[in-house]
Design a protein around this ligand. Sequence first.
Ligand code: GDP
Ligand code: IMO
Ligand code: MG
Length: 423
Amino acid sequence: MNTIALIGAQWGDEGKGKVIDILASTADYVVRATGGSNAGHTVVSGGKTYKLHLIPSGILYPSAVNIIGNGVVVDPKVVLEEMSELEAQGVSMKNLSIDLRAHVVMPYHKELDELAEAAKGDNAIGTTKRGIGPCYADKSDRIGIRMIDLIQPEVFARKLKENLKFKNDIITKVYGGKPLDYAAILDEYNGYAKKLQPFTCDTGVMLYDAIKSGKRVIFEGAQGTLLDLDSGTYPFVTSSHPITGGFCAGAGVGPTAIKECLGIAKSYTTRVGAGPFPTELNDGVGKHLLEVGKEFGTTTGRARRCGWLDAVILRLAVRLNGLTSLAVNKLDTLTGLKKLKIATKYMRDGKEVTHFPADISLLEGCTPVYEEFDGWTEDISGCKKFEDLPKAAQDYIKAIERLAECRVSMIGVGPDREQRIDR
Ligand code: GDP
Ligand code: IMO
Ligand code: MG
């Protein structure tokens, strides 16, 4: 078997797009299985920057088949815009497939995402407002509209009518919003259906055959472990399972289909949106990470919250995802900081906490315990080998391996695919 799952080890934006693009050069298939257009994956290749939301990051390689699996929630407008933008840059869509079972993000999902966030006030999650939560809620409620429904005009018209009546009641009567127009949505989505129909198929069957015949398959994670609906910082999470277990349900494969699990982390921690963040820094170091790391969201443009690396989180990621190794990106962003810190555990009410707590109210009472390291000032963005790194940078990576209890197999020293060290 020749398969690998790539998963975010923190709160998303760990540089998954970059690592997937690197591995995709030898891939036959690249598969997205969870999330939707809340994801923003950056690929820098040949001097060009590509920002991908729904289309897998293997699309730049004509040899790779790119699959949007059944577990993804597909916004047809976003995926079509992304396809046009990529085509305008000379990227072919010939090898793109979308699963028939994938659920469709509808205008009322986006409207309800906005309205629910506004109604929550100070308790707002800080979602991307892409309709992700409401779409997954409909899926669980068994009233969702799937790609297979979208491409059958009569089925779609019926399901839209049934759903819209109920959704408009919620929009107007619960939130005092304006109702959405049935005819306008029907017309808009029938247009999308015509364009997307040729890309739809049963991708689970495709993958099964591919894996059986020894093809190289990469599962592309979206979001990150701490945004997982079950194991993340609930309720400040997304509505899917962005952990390796999520690939099985979301791509339609069994657990034995995944051979290796590579966790992607940054050399520090970031998070977009609300929710607890034990190692967050609101000082000069936080400012350094934000500015030097250019920590602004790929999807929403929001400034990311920044803080020290947290080994309690990394150990959770290793355990939940069965990680076989870690890629650590953005080591270059730490250059110039005199001292570096990694949280090894937390203290709460005078007691040690070594595992990530189940309840965020417990997490909020946790104070990180740090191990301190020397920084470095040398420019590392051109380093190709581990031995090229300053000793302090090597020691920092070795400390990550010790504290996360996982081997570091790749180090990112810049945004370009070439700016990396393979170990
Ligand atoms: P993703 O959602 O995990 O794919 O990550 P994003 O694309 O949202 O955010 C990661 C950002 O970091 C992007 O702007 C990348 O180009 C950039 N990046 C990735 N790896 C590195 C690295 O090693 N060094 C630097 N300086 N930037 C990196
Ligand atoms: P990638 O794939 C970072 C966060 C949002 C919010 C929470 C819920 O680029 O790493 P949602 O819109 O999903 O209901 O928002 O999850 N979030 C992300 N944060 N990277 C992402 O994706 C994210 N996708 C969702 O900011 O806090
Ligand atoms: Mg991102």
